[in-house]
Design a protein around this ligand. Sequence first.
Ligand SMILES: NC(=O)c1ccc[n+]([C@@H]2O[C@H](COP(=O)([O-])OP(=O)(O)OC[C@H]3O[C@@H](n4cnc5c(N)ncnc54)[C@H](O)[C@@H]3O)[C@@H](O)[C@H]2O)c1
Length: 318
Amino acid sequence: MRVFVTGAAGFVGSRLSRALLDRGDDVVGFDNMNDYYPIEHKERHLADLCPDRKFTFIKGDLRDAELLRNLFAQHKPDTVAHLGGMAAVRYSIQHPLIYGEVNVQGSLNLLDAARLNGNPLCVIASTSSVYGVTTPIPFKEDAPADRPLAPYPASKRAMELLAHSHHHLFKLPVTCVRFFNVYGPQGRPDMMPWQWSVAISKGEQIKLYNAGKMKRDWTYIDDIVAGFVAALDKPLGYEIINLGCARPIENVEFVRILEGLIGKKANVVDTPAPPSEPIQTYADVSKAKRLIGYEPKVKFEEGLRRLVEWMRQEKIID
Ligand SMILES: NC(=O)c1ccc[n+]([C@@H]2O[C@H](COP(=O)([O-])OP(=O)(O)OC[C@H]3O[C@@H](n4cnc5c(N)ncnc54)[C@H](O)[C@@H]3O)[C@@H](O)[C@H]2O)c1
């Protein structure tokens, strides 16, 4: 199978590409190598993938519709894994326009290139943030998800809706997978697990919203990759599927576990949560189990232990 992976230099895209190569697939990786976080992380991810003769890397931008059409005509992928895009809720508050340009228009460019080139199955990465604060808990895929709290989730929801219209009109098969806070080795340096590990290790301050009472459903990278691969292997028409852990962790508990792993006390300061942050995220994963056999395996304590161990190996923390 030949898979076109957007965001192949990023956290999830690189780990997915690795898993696909390991099982013998050809991977055409696509990424614009932006500097939203330091580019050396992306270069390190590519250094792992590029020596594989089944991996081809193309530096390009999702906003370039013609480039995407040409690449699809040239490489004729069997499936498309769409992980490229602007992530992060908070950055989107300061820079809303690029979320429209990349996550909405860029995703549409990709879907359109796919429908013009044989309608390969597209699995596209969305987010639990689309559920906002009005959704009953645990979050089920049929909840309205029409009250996003920031440009980032709004742009991802728009992407899901455009994907539906391409499915309806052109029969493009699309599965939207909504990730719930992904973490693990080679994770993103802008995300909480990385930032808090560094802060605790160096004795720096951690801001804890709402006295640490907020909960997030942290999902280990290997579980996300397994779910994504299962979705790539099974055309479903048009579906939206949660990929979470189904075990929300309170932020105070998160800090307590990290303190134990790092062996230092956190320097915590209590701060009110910004309006972009829901109080909790919690995935109902029964649909994922039913449709693609998804079953999250890695417990949070174990996943965090693996992350801390990796950060020590990489000398990011002591
Ligand atoms: N990590 C999470 O917790 C999480 C949660 C929910 C959803 N997601 C989604 O999953 C996907 C992967 O997330 P990640 O954590 O690996 O993020 P990441 O930032 O590490 O990876 C995204 C990649 O997309 C690339 N990219 C950005 N704009 C591009 C453009 N215009 N053209 C081509 N490439 C571009 C970036 O250079 C980056 O390498 C994203 O779409 C993100 O929104 C992630």
